[in-house]
Design a binder for this molecule. Structure first.
Ligand SMILES: Cc1cc2nc3c(=O)[nH]c(=O)nc-3n(C[C@H](O)[C@H](O)[C@H](O)COP(=O)(O)O)c2cc1C
Length: 187
């Protein structure tokens, strides 16, 4: 059976470009990749900051939205985290989504794709450390996309990601190749 990989949209910001970046990442993964993808958008999940009494690594979940998130994440074999950089870090929305669960993430491979006005490398490095704390297996390849002012339309979204981000397609392809290998060594 083909492996399943979620492309997780880390930004929930109004007027975000995160969804466009995630769709571009999905479209840039070569057809030869040995996994199928699905975009998982945190805007569809409404995970509150704290309404679980227990510790995810130890206790059972009491909230139905946490249980639903658990079932969703458990159903994937690996993940691509698409994260912006906010003030040298990654967004609280993504940390919250990660911290809701524990065992659902463990041992699974992940690729971090960051973006920002300077590529988002600091956010990616922080996220990588957190994924290691969750006992995940982050890929060495970490594509970092610099979004330039001229790539945006006047009212916010990216004008033409397929063209403007094309120089990063090779980095995505290489990361997808590494993810295929990590998925093949699933524990
Ligand atoms: C609160 C905030 C902080 C930001 N800090 C950084 C930063 O530290 N480095 C950077 O390169 N870009 C930074 N940016 C620019 C974002 O990377 C850029 O706006 C990007 O579009 C944000 O992703 P989003 O639109 O998907 O939310 C910041 C943007 C916001 C909203």
């Amino acid at each position: 059976m083909r492996k399943r990989v979620y492309i997780i949209v880390g930004s929930m910001r109004m007027n975000r470009i995160g969804r466009q970046i995630a769709e571009w990442v999905r479209d840039s993964i070569p057809a030869s990749a040995a996994f199928e993808t699905e975009i998982v958008d945190l805007n569809d999940w409404h995970l509150p900051l704290s309404d679980e009494p227990g510790i995810p690594a130890i206790d059972v979940y009491v909230q139905e939205h946490t249980r639903a998130w658990s079932r969703k994440i458990a159903a994937a074999d690996g993940y691509v985290f698409v994260t912006p950089q906010y003030n040298w870090g990654y967004p609280a929305s993504l940390k919250n989504a990660l911290d809701h669960l524990f065992k659902e993430w463990t041992h699974k491979p992940a690729v971090i794709v960051s973006y920002g006005h300077r590529g988002g490398g600091k956010a990616a490095a922080q996220l990588r450390q957190v994924l290691e704390g969750l006992k995940m297996r982050p890929a060495a390849a970490m594509p970092a996309i610099t979004v330039l002012h001229e790539m945006f339309t006047a009212d916010g979204p990216l004008r033409d990601p397929a063209t403007d981000l094309s120089s990063y397609a090779e980095a995505i392809a290489q990361a997808a190749e590494e993810l295929t290998l990590l998925l093949a060594n699933q524990q």
